[in-house]
Design a protein around this ligand. Sequence first.
Ligand code: ZN
Length: 454
Amino acid sequence: MTPRSLLIRDIHTLVVMDEANTVLHGAYVFAQDGRIVRVGSGRPEPVKADTVIHAPHAVAIPGLVNTHHHLYQTLTRAYPPAANAGLFDWLRCLYPIWARLDEEAVHVAALAGMAELLFSGCTTTADHHYVFPRGRGDLIGAQIEAARRIGMRFHPTRGSMSVGRSHGGLPPDSVVQREERILRDCERLITEHHDPAPGSMVRIALAPCSPFSVSPHLMRATAELGRQRGVRLHTHLAETRDEETYCLERFGKRPLDLLDEAGWLGDRTWLAHGIFFNRREIARLGRAGTGIAHCPTSNMRLGSGCAPVLALERAGCPVGLGVDGSASNDSSHMLAEARQALLLQRLQHGAAAVTVMDALRRATAGGARCLGRDDIGSLEPGKRADIALFDLRALGYSGAGDAVAALLLCAPANADSVIVEGRLVVSGGALQTVSLESILRRHRRAATKLREAL
Ligand SMILES: [Zn+2]
């Protein structure tokens, strides 16, 4: 399936995303077997390849990396009773609908969310799936199959909820699982799907949902399993004041102390949101090298707060971006998320403190670090050929003086071409691997079925 060799030549502007912030003009990229061999300016060498793309009107960037998502939520976007609610009420209102998910719904939701991500220039996505209604089949397997079909690099995380309402948790009892069962399924998924090799298209991580839906025991057991099997850990943390209050009232501890006691504070962990950390906690996270998936749109949509992104980075945390949602965004557009992150941090710190390149770095190299990958996030020899090309002739870019700044300052556009592992997945703005029409037909049907079942 992967073309043996790929040459993109005469590229108007190319962002390498290296330490020196190199931007090339009249550039080329040559890749073989999914791996970048050469990048430079001027006449390419060699001049031939199995696939050749001329891109004199394009700006090329490393494929964007999405570090936090719930693909199944594309089925419940803009759900009326949740449209104006904060996190806890939003969740209470949506749990009963999500309790009806099945393999078909999860598969087609993944296809729709991944198509939207690919169109926005995103080539790698994480997903956090934590709703496993009884007897509905292999839901993570259904997502992995969607990623394989559409051609996207995928980091599914096996989420979990084990404390239902009857035991003081937030979710209804019908969507929580027994802890032994959760851990058994985590083991199975790692054995069946986790590929640690360079260029891997699927890596599993373990992801108990949040402090208000799992027990400290499950957190500890998950960390231990992650260590034994060499996979990463992910969870929601410090997203709202409500969560902080819940942890203090129920456990007498702040969320980060709970996490630390469960053996989670380390560089194999990345956390979604990370808004409500105090100065000492930020220093602890930085020393540990724990990553943060910053999700600005979701945080604004739910009125949660604003993550201390610059302080976290200064402390030493890798910071990536997440579209989150898609019922709390309600979009899977990674370029729009990078723009949102830029604007929100500028509102906090002023324009000069947050450059366009800073924002693009979080959306690419920063995200790659959160996912523990050193083979994606930049366009350098030896990295995987994950590349997004945006057409500067589009109306929204007309009149733009700087091609890179245009990507983040102008209205977020869709990519013209997207390459994953050297393979053209989007070309001329169209998906090459799966029929978009059929995804939309099935997605609408699944969304209607979920809502009507209530
Ligand atoms: Zn989330």
